[in-house]
Design a protein around this ligand. Structure first.
Ligand SMILES: [Zn+2]
Length: 419
């Protein structure tokens, strides 16, 4: 018998363990994994597969987790006594070797394993950058086929651990991340490989929630505060869902960590909606022109999981959370501060998170003796390049208006090239 079932967050209906299931009654609600074992447990000592709250039954590959450690210097700088950092990236001096340099690696590992166990033979993945690298790497490691769709505007910041020809990658020349998702869904219909499902895929959220699993395993309790930069918000929702499981367990605290989530100004649709107490996003905040002005393209989705039942709005409401807007200058300052105090380079999204933490302390939203978990979602890229060759992404280009015939021709060519 499976150790979990899937439940609709709105109507409570239990669903069969199918890949990326949808509740037929509630189109605007997320499904959550209901683990039958309500006590947190770990088997063995290494890697992510030791946790009992993952929607997989086995695995054929090893997958390291994040590094969670207690900060000295950044904590001192900010006047905090109990700052814990979850570092997701490459930092061999600290014993963490995530070569994709992103927490999306856990998402990809859990999604691919879950898909395989559900009899899925391949996946279509849309990404604004990091997810593409994570899925391309895990596809290489596990031999599970994926087709990756990215917006052209993100290509300059993208890199792979493998040569681009190993994993079919399409770039949408005339659109952004949201258009890439649309194209990916179109390709899914044509190829018969499912779209990975975005935030609706429970394996994706539980995979990102591994950061919370690792943190509580290390800290022995839930943090009072959780700090992260958000694009789609999927990682923050995953962290909140894991925290709720720990509350149910009862041994790790009785209060949900307060979420402190940051977006890069001027593209901050969730910040503006939250500040006005609105569950709906405002169309003027989703203007693609704003995206070209931010330094963190990976946070540029126009389809964030905000309004949906069980999404970011509900996560902020449940935890008494706050949204923060971070200017480009502050993003760079956050990256520099971390390098200076902790000694490792960060990606811009993590610079957003460091800036959010600084802001929250300054505003008194986080007190000096409270326990804080800072999720550094990506870092160590510069460190990795000292020891390893990485590759530019060389995609085939596709239009957001591509017809079925266009897609068939392109993919036939791409898939041939990759086989
Ligand atoms: Zn439902």
């Amino acid at each position: 018998m499976s150790h979990f079932s899937i439940q609709c967050k709105k109507c409570g209906k239990n669903l069969e363990n199918t890949f990326c299931a949808f509740c037929e009654h509630c189109k605007d609600a997320l499904l959550v994994t209901n683990y039958h074992g309500t006590r947190f447990a770990e088997q063995g000592t290494e890697g992510i597969w030791r946790f009992n709250w993952l929607p997989v039954h086995g695995s054929r590959f090893s997958q390291p987790g994040p590094l969670v450690y207690r900060s000295q210097r950044l904590a001192e700088h900010l006047g905090l006594e109990n700052l814990y950092i979850a570092f997701n990236g490459y930092w061999p001096e600290k014993g963490v070797f995530l070569e994709t340099c992103t927490f999306k690696e856990f998402e990809a590992a859990v999604v691919l394993q879950n898909a395989r166990e559900n009899g899925i033979e391949g996946l279509i993945v849309a990404s604004a950058g990091n997810t593409a690298r994570a899925f391309s790497h895990l596809s290489s490691v596990t031999g599970f086929p994926v087709v990756i769709v990215v917006p052209r505007m993100c290509l300059t910041e993208m890199w792979y651990l493998e040569q681009s020809s190993t994993v079919p990658t399409l770039a949408v020349g005339d659109g952004d991340y949201a258009d890439s998702i649309d194209v990916a869904k179109k390709i899914a219909l044509i190829t018969g490989f499912p779209f990975e499902g975005g935030v609706k895929n429970i394996a994706k959220r539980d995979g990102l929630g591994i950061v919370m699993l690792e943190a509580v395993s290390k800290m022995g309790k839930l943090p009072d505060h959780y700090v992260q930069a958000v694009g789609s918000g999927t990682g923050a929702i995953g962290a909140w869902e894991m925290a709720e499981r720990f509350i149910k367990d009862g041994r790790y605290g009785s209060r949900l960590p307060i979420l402190h989530l940051g977006q890069n100004l001027p593209f901050a649709p969730m910040l503006h909606a939250w500040d006005k107490g609105s569950r709906a996003l405002f169309p003027e905040d989703l203007d693609p022109a704003l995206i070209s002005q931010i330094t963190t393209r990976v946070l540029s989705t126009r389809y964030p999981a905000y309004s949906v039942q069980g999404g970011v709005y509900d996560a902020l409401s449940a935890t008494g959370g706050k949204m923060y807007g971070i200017e480009n200058d502050a993003v760079y300052a956050g990256m520099e501060l971390f390098l200076k105090t902790e000694g490792i380079d960060l990606v811009p999204a993590s610079g957003v998170a460091v800036a959010v933490l600084g802001d929250a302390v300054l505003k008194g939203a986080i007190k000096k003796n409270e326990t804080v978990l800072l999720n550094i979602t990506g870092g160590g890229e510069a460190r990795l390049r000292q020891v390893k060759k990485t590759y530019a992404v060389e995609p085939k280009f596709i239009s957001k208006h591509a017809t079925e015939k266009d897609i068939e021709e392109l993919l036939c060519h791409t898939l041939k090239k990759s086989s």
